[in-house]
Design a protein around this ligand. Structure first.
Ligand code: HEC
Length: 261
């Protein structure tokens, strides 16, 4: 030992390197033990998180249920809507394309409406006529025969002898005004396939449109046809491709529906 005033030589009492090493090891150990993280806080146990979630769920269930006990106002949206309110479907929801039906069915449905609105009053609900002033359409040669001839009668009316040769003494008024091609096609198809008539085919919208042109081009357009005229000039079927009566058509337009995807 030398000067008593001199500071003790650290080297003498403490092995700094060894001491640091020990401290570092202890800290590391205690850090592992306590899971001390950088910010000094231990991580929350997953069990605590799970338990908290469960508590929220259970409490929510109880409170939500309690809502119905308190008159349904708590946690209940029903007070915000009118009773029996039904939300309309979102645009396009459940949209499976336009409604379709087999052609004969769809055309006949359209025709049935036209018939009761325009023909029923004279020719009768059973299309048997009245035996006095109005001829039957059931079994009529003009109805079941060539479609152009039939179309000319519907569009322009008829005067004089009918298909049976009998003259009912009146004049059927023109039914064309206000009719669309689909209407004409529908009513012709309907009459040809109902009341015991069974032509079994469809007068298409295209055929009816053609009939309207032919009708407008008649020499005596605007006047009722006569048997003489129609048998001389219109004894033919309307041009156009026949339509398989089972073809699916759009019930509104009567046009063939695109094939299902
Ligand atoms: C206001 C009454 C009346 C209405 C409405 C009427 N008809 Fe007539 N229809 C007659 C009369 C009357 C005759 C016969 C005319 C004659 O003998 O001169 C006739 C004749 C016919 C004939 C000829 C039948 C045959 O065998 O010769 C057809 C077909 C016909 N009507 C179809 C129709 C169709 C289809 C409708 C509806 C779109 C219709 N009629 C609406 C009064 C009417």
């Amino acid at each position: 030992m030398s000067d008593p005033n001199s500071k003790p030589d650290l080297e003498d009492s403490i092995n700094v390197t060894e001491a640091h090493g020990r401290i570092t090891r202890e800290l590391a150990a205690s850090s592992r033990e306590k899971k001390i993280t950088d910010n000094g806080r231990g991580p929350i146990s997953l069990w605590i998180i799970a338990a908290g979630g469960a508590a929220v769920l259970i409490a929510g269930g109880i409170l939500g249920d309690a809502g119905s006990l308190f008159g349904g106002t708590m946690f209940s949206y029903s007070s915000m809507f009118r009773a029996n309110y039904v939300r309309s479907a979102a645009p396009g929801a459940g949209d499976t394309g336009p409604p379709t039906k087999p052609a004969l069915v769809a055309y006949s449905a359209r025709g049935a409406k036209l018939y009761s609105a325009k023909c029923n009053g004279c020719h009768g609900a059973d299309a048997k006529g009245d035996g006095a002033n109005y001829p039957p359409l059931a079994g009529s040669k003009y109805v079941l025969g060539e479609t152009e001839r039939f179309a000319m009668i519907v569009l322009n009316g008829i005067h004089g002898p009918t298909s049976s040769g009998r003259d009912y003494g009146g004049t059927m008024p023109a039914q064309g005004p206000g009719m669309s091609a689909a209407d004409l096609a529908g009513v012709m198809t309907y009459v040809r396939n109902n009341f015991g008539n069974s032509a079994g085919d469809v007068v298409t919208v295209a055929m009816a449109a053609d009939a309207m042109k032919t009708s407008a081009a008649r020499a005596n357009a605007g006047q009722a046809v006569t048997s003489e005229e129609i048998n001389a000039e219109h004894l033919k079927n309307l041009p156009g491709d026949p339509l398989d009566p089972t073809t699916l058509v759009n019930t509104a337009t009567l046009e063939p529906a695109p094939a299902a995807p």
